[in-house]
Design a protein around this ligand. Sequence first.
Ligand SMILES: [Zn+2]
Length: 128
Amino acid sequence: MQCQEFLEVAERWMEGECDTAASAHLDACPRCRALVADLGAVRDGARLLEAETEPPARLWTAIRSQLEAEGVIRPRRSWGERLADFFPTQPRPALAAAYVSVLVVAAILISFQGVGEWNQPMVLSTPA
Ligand SMILES: [Zn+2]
């Protein structure tokens, strides 16, 4: 087997396919042995990289907790919790007082206008 022939079967040989001619060539050829060693290192490195690019879920949880504790991000809240902010079920005394004040002012204004209408002289239509 020549180097060119070995290159054609190298990938299958590295995946474990038994080829006695390829094995014999590797024993005799330092160039192909070096190539197989390099390819093996690249393959192993790629596997490590694959494993490292997908961090475990617990790592994300820990990072999120840390960022929330530092105030960098706010805790994830459900739509229900966000809606509750707009439509509070708990009474808010300050807000209730503001509503009552607006109602009282409106009632006073309306009553003054009503008095004004009542105090105006009644205009009678004169017969033509
Ligand atoms: Zn060779």
